[in-house]
Design a protein around this ligand. Structure first.
Ligand SMILES: [Zn+2]
Ligand SMILES: [Zn+2]
Length: 125
């Protein structure tokens, strides 16, 4: 009686992975070839003088200013004036303290800061 053929799981795995890799390579090459007209068109548009001029202008201008958002807890801090919060108003910070967070400076929009200040004046503590 002859011994059964020795299984070679590692060799089988390597062959499967090689076949898988070849399948992925073919799919990627086919995808890139399908996309070639679009890539060529985008390259042509990017090279247009007016596009290049706009890119130089934006680069010279620098990044847009970072816009912060208001972190006021309107419903807690000024519940009577909830609708006043304005993300596009100038921002400031309001100093707050709680047992949970300790001292924190909260980014706050102008209207919320004014409402908070008014509340503190009218009901200190
Ligand atoms: Zn608010
Ligand atoms: Zn606000």
């Amino acid at each position: 009686m002859s011994e059964p053929a020795t299984p070679e799981p590692l060799a089988d795995f390597v062959n499967l992975m090689n076949a898988f890799g070849e399948g992925v390579r073919r799919a990627v090459v086919a995808y890139i070839e399908d996309m070639r007209p679009l890539i060529d068109e985008l390259a042509r548009i990017a090279a247009l003088p007016e596009v290049q001029a706009e890119l130089r202008r934006r680069k010279a201008e620098g990044p847009p200013p970072r816009r912060r958002s208001c972190h006021c807890l309107c419903g807690v801090i000024h519940p009577a004036d909830r609708g006043i919060c304005d993300t596009f108003a100038p921002m400031t910070t309001v100093h707050r303290w709680s047992e949970l967070t300790g001292d924190v400076d909260v980014p706050t929009c102008g209207p919320c800061a004014a409402a908070d200040a008014a509340r503190r004046l009218l009901a200190p503590g």
